[in-house]
Design a binder for this molecule. Sequence first.
Ligand code: GUN
Ligand code: ZN
Length: 431
Amino acid sequence: MTPVAHRGEIVHFLDDPRNDDHALEYIQDGILLIEEGHVAACQSATTLLGALPQSTTVIEHTDCLIVPGFIDTHVHFPQVDVIASHGAQLLEWLETYTFPAERKLGDRAHATEVAEFFLDELLRNGTTTALVFGTSDPVSVDSFFECARARSLRMICGKVMMDRNAPDYLCDTPETSRNQSQDLIDRWHGVDRLGYAVTPRFAPTSTPDQLAVAGDLLRTNPGVHLHTHTSENRDECKWVQSLFPERSNYIDVYDHYGLLGKRSVLAHGIHLCQTEWKRLAQTNSTIAFCPTSNLFIGSGLFDLKKAEEIGVTVGIGTDVGGGDSYSILRTLNEAYKVQQLRGYNLGAKTMLYLATLGGAKSLNLESCIGNFDKGKEADFVILDKNATSLISRRTRVSQSIEETLFALAMLGDDRLIKSTYALGKLAHART
Ligand code: GUN
Ligand code: ZN
């Protein structure tokens, strides 16, 4: 492969802007040089143009920003057809819409068609990596991994473990969930850019025996992730208390079975108490903040400031089908508004960080993706500052890169994504 130089306005993060004023690197006329799917250099055009290898192809991205691919830290691929379902909160929403839709993914042809559609949507929205729920049928995860591998994407997925409080047609058992999960780990974890997540749906749908199996799987397969939900909805929290009376709180249920840690991602965490916050921080566990979903299914307003103060890592998740958009930009827009309602002004730098390097750190993938450090995998997005007449007008009057980024996060959606590159190759181009 000949080297390719992408020229445009480059924005990425070297660190967390909440700890470091110089974390954002902005190169007004920059070059991102890609060799063999990886970042070979990221510098100003003045510095690099004269030093490019002779065979380099230069692609000019005029009036565009080049940013790292977005990272969705919590989403359900089987819920494509559940998106925008009317009028229910979590537990009723699961029974009415979600479980029947997930049943259909037992059919391999359907699962593949849904996985292809889902990945098309992610790429159309600039998302290049995601932590993804499958269904309880391992066929869904095989289909997903096959499609993601064919596109050279860095994706993490897992089979749902669920052995109670769900329809029989979706339930496994502690033993079948152990065998099916282990078989998927053996066949997929670490293959190309793929990773496995042990995925108990949430405490109410697993028996203590099954949660113990999830803990065993984590212990015996170092490097795999843990992916679940927690404290999303008040009725759910009460239900967990009644199902696990011997545990002191919701997080303690997961803690007891060894499910917390630096590769553990728990979606939502809206109704946590101080003890739970502390334990999440102590164990380096991550919360996926899913504002579109939290608003759409009426779950509540996540306390991001609390997470920052206590030192809990947070990623951004769309949580489709609970969320109503695959766009990380739309999700940042809602994140901003949710925090406004809590009296916290979320800054543009923090938002873009959460969508890129912060997402990578949430998933423990910062050595591979998240910014344009030399040697990282070249997943990036071209944002079109003239995507709509309004965006064009608003960005023209911006006084700083921060103002521009804020306007793009508030006004942007899939139209802003001119193209998406995965491992250096064009994976989506807007028509
Ligand atoms: N809690 C348990 N399952 C789910 C799910 O599929 N979506 C959401 N948002 N919450 C859940
Ligand atoms: Zn979810």
